[in-house]
Write a protein that binds this ligand. Structure first.
Ligand code: NAD
Length: 510
């Protein structure tokens, strides 16, 4: 088997775990001859090898999902609801196991991994109410003897392509509403941490999801391109970086598919001079460094307005030495490693880049990274960052928090609105009037008022604006249900044969 090149200097575990595809209710060993390494980022060693699918293997999964569609679609809503309640119970009972898989392959600390499962579970819970969510409208006597009603029907085979940073929750955002609406699913998880998806497949089977309804295909660009071009796939949901999101949207839609593609982010947190600075500093540290900054909703830029800057930077600086960086399985650790050595090195390179561009390095995360081979980087704080710098413009996706200083609220809002991303934003203030004005002014999809990571609850929908989302519909919540269904309107008459006659005029209501 041709292995994908191993990163230099990386050790291997004595026995590598093989991670296979999941097709038609069972694991299926890859046949393409291509595969990729999976690491334990805290130890810095390769622990697994994941199969990479060929176009033929993707085709097999799509055919199976297509065959399963008619039966799954026809299953009554009450039976589907029963299955969803069982899925909910099983995921709830196996939170710990799922979280451990996430920590082992992604590196995030176990408490954070459990939080990820909990937020995914909320989406599953929302989907338990699917009969209510699929209810249409009914108009009696729209015209004499004529009733009109609307129904929503599934699309067919839906695909999901997901990023490394939420290996359980982001797939749940997709497969849960897709299946609840009566679709079948092909998931292509991140090749960096693929095991949680296979574990989920096992739970779904145990819950009674028929074989073929949920399939997992591992791989890289070959698998993604096969999905985007496959005539048997009706929709694609994507979450990942902006360049790939744009590519997925353009390629998928050009092949006639419905696509929602969520991209990267550069989330600002504005701190006004009247804010509770201690509370803002706690929020900035939590939202900037949680999950080692590998969150699309992480705060990466603080915008200190007026004289808030010195006090804010001082309060954050005081907190940083207390952030415990370590193996995610260590109950004392608050921040784990980054996902790969290459990513860690890239993130670390922004510290020198920021310095060269004129930012002040208040705290250098390279100095506090734990020893050993793990892909660790400590927390970094850069002050005096300006919008023209790369450290401002790029999505660093690591534990590097920047501070930029402006004089007025208007300047702060202009910075956010001129940014090409529009995923999340937060404002910290004690002034309700300003906060309300901010929610009106700001061109961003998810807004926090004294809340640093405003991920919407499951009965709203998640999505950014601008380069953070390509497509019209956000994920999960009511827009998720809309994405995974098509509307149909029925105009119905049960005529009395005695009143029947030929009428070539355009139908009018009377
Ligand atoms: P990524 O774009 O590298 O990968 C995402 C998916 O695309 C993976 O399944 C990967 O296999 C596939 N892929 C990668 N390169 C490809 C290519 N050239 N052609 C086709 N497919 C390709 O993203 P990532 O590094 O896994 O995740 C981090 C990114 O995801 C960050 O930019 C983050 O902001 C973003 N993200 C966004 C959200 C959101 O809701 N907007 C949520 C989580 C993560």
């Amino acid at each position: 088997m041709t292995e994908v090149a191993e990163a230099p200097g990386t050790q291997r575990a004595e026995e590598l775990k093989r991670i296979n595809h999941w097709i038609n209710g069972a694991p299926v060993a890859g046949q393409s001859g291509r595969s990729g390494p999976v690491y334990n980022p805290a130890a810095g060693i390769q622990t697994g090898e994941v199969d990479f699918a060929s176009a033929e293997e993707v085709d097999r999964a799509v055919q199976v999902a297509k065959d399963a569609f008619s039966t799954w679609r026809a299953m009554s809503l009450s039976r589907k609801t029963e299955i969803f309640f069982r899925i909910r119970k099983l995921v709830d009972e196996h939170r710990e196991e799922i979280a451990k898989i996430l920590t082992a392959e992604h590196g995030k600390v176990l408490s954070d991994a459990k939080g990820e499962v909990a937020r995914g579970l909320e989406v599953i819970e929302y989907c338990c109410g699917i009969p209510e969510l699929l209810k249409g409208a009914f108009t009696e006597q729209a015209s004499t003897g004529i009733d009109v009603y609307s129904i929503r029907q599934p699309l067919g085979v839906c695909a999901g392509i997901t990023p490394f940073n939420f290996p359980a929750m982001v797939p749940m955002w997709m497969w849960a509403p897709a299946l609840a609406c009566g679709n079948t699913f092909v998931l292509k998880p991140s090749e960096k941490d693929p095991s949680a998806s296979v574990y989920t497949a096992e739970l779904l089977k145990e819950a009674g999801v028929p074989d073929g309804v949920f399939n997992v295909i591992h791989g890289d660009k070959v698998a993604v391109d096969s999905i985007l071009e496959h005539p048997g796939i009706d929709s694609v949901s994507f979450v990942g970086s902006t360049p790939i999101a744009r590519y997925v949207y353009e390629t998928g839609t050009s092949h006639g598919k419905r696509v929602q593609a969520l991209g990267g982010a550069k989330n600002h947190m504005i701190v006004l001079p009247d804010a509770d600075i201690e509370m803002a500093a706690d929020a900035a540290v939590s939202a900037g460094y949680g999950s080692a900054g590998e969150r699309c909703m992480a705060v990466s830029m603080l915008v200190a307005v007026g004289d808030a800057g010195d006090e804010l930077v001082g309060a954050i600086k005081q907190r940083l030495p207390k952030v415990k960086v370590g193996d995610g399985m260590d109950p004392d650790a608050e921040m784990g490693p980054l996902v790969t050595r290459e990513h860690r090195d890239k993130v670390a390179s922004y510290i020198d880049r920021g310095h060269a561009e004129g930012a002040t390095v208040v705290t250098d995360g390279r100095e506090s990274a734990p020893d050993g081979d793990g892909f660790f980087l400590g927390v970094t704080l850069l002050d005096d960052v300006r919008p023209e710098m790369d450290v401002y413009k790029d999505e660093i996706f690591g534990p590097v928090l920047g501070v930029t200083r402006v004089n007025t609220y208007d300047e702060a809002v202009r910075l956010v609105n001129e940014n090409p991303y529009g995923n999340g934003v937060a404002i910290f203030t004690r002034d309700g009037g300003v906060a309300r004005q901010f929610q009106f002014d700001v061109n961003v999809g998810m807004v926090g008022i004294n809340v640093p990571i405003p991920v919407p609850v499951a009965y709203y929908s998640f999505g950014g604006w601008k380069n953070s989302l390509f497509g019209d519909l956000h994920v999960y919540g009511p827009e998720g249900i809309q994405f995974y269904t098509r509307g149909k309107v029925v105009t119905s008459r049960w005529p009395d044969p005695a009143t029947s006659k030929v009428d070539l005029g355009f139908p009018q209501t009377r």
